[in-house]
Design a protein around this ligand. Structure first.
Ligand SMILES: [Zn+2]
Length: 135
């Protein structure tokens, strides 16, 4: 007969007793749970930080009263924009989206240029789509 040696998910000790046990005791269980709660919190904090700093970059480019600004994509990278993270998107064309970090976003325009925009609601973005034709 095969004996399954289960290990505690926290400390790695071999667990004796019921086969559905995952931890050797309540201390290990709560330590494990606390550790994982923190990891999740850190991830969320890190990504929130990136999203907020992305928003600041876009905000710095769009001055007050200006609705859209065309800038080279590398300018955003220079300012520390992280293209991996965004909060939502809005379709521009079958192949392109506006990508937003909260209320600020951008469209991959053409030839390395991007268009920085504000999210002022769906009807605004619909009308922006008609004004802006990307290639
Ligand atoms: Zn343990």
């Amino acid at each position: 007969m095969e004996v399954q040696r289960k290990q505690c998910m926290y400390c790695g000790s071999v667990i004796h007793g019921r086969s559905d046990k995952k931890f050797c005791n309540d201390n290990c269980r709560s330590s494990y749970n606390n550790q994982h709660k923190d990891e999740e919190g850190d991830q969320v904090k890190t990504i929130n930080h990136i999203l907020r700093s992305n928003r600041k970059v876009l905000m710095a480019i769009l001055e007050d009263g200006v609705e859209t600004v065309k800038v080279p994509k590398e300018r955003l990278a220079q300012l520390g924009f992280n293209f991996k993270y965004h909060t939502h998107h809005f379709p521009h064309s079958p192949s392109k989206n506006f990508w937003f970090c909260f209320d600020y976003g951008f469209l991959d325009y053409y030839n390395g240029w991007i268009l920085v925009v504000r999210d002022m609601g769906e009807s605004y973005l619909e009308s922006l789509n008609k004004l802006v034709s990307s290639h």
